[in-house]
Design a protein around this ligand. Structure first.
Ligand code: FES
Length: 101
């Protein structure tokens, strides 16, 4: 699946993978602002992204643990997700994610 990240410097970077999490994909490609400090276990929120409104349907709802973690983040909004909790799959092909501050 192809995933496009819009970074804090407004760069648009499209990367591709077949599996793994979106956070891993971002870290492997050095996407600025996605650190993945906790290794993807939903406990750091350094993988915070905003999912484009028109792409919300491509991913399921956030789990309760993810929502709890997000609620601790000052920059949370209705489009927020932790991208370590999003799996790379055909379903998300073409998704656009804005890296949160
Ligand atoms: Fe830590 Fe996603 S990498 S919450």
């Amino acid at each position: 699946a192809k995933v496009t990240f819009i970074t804090q410097s407004n760069d648009e970077i499209t990367v591709e993978a077949e599996s793994g999490s979106v956070m891993q994909l971002a870290v492997e490609n050095g996407i600025e602002g996605i650190d993945g400090d906790c290794g993807g276990v939903c406990s750091c929120a350094t993988c915070h992204v905003y999912v484009a409104p028109e792409h919300q349907h491509k991913i399921g709802a956030a789990s309760e643990i993810e929502q709890d973690m997000l609620s601790l983040d000052d920059n949370v909004n209705e489009y927020s997700r932790l991208c370590c909790q999003i799996d790379v799959s055909d379903e998300i092909d073409g998704i656009i994610l804005t890296v949160a501050v």
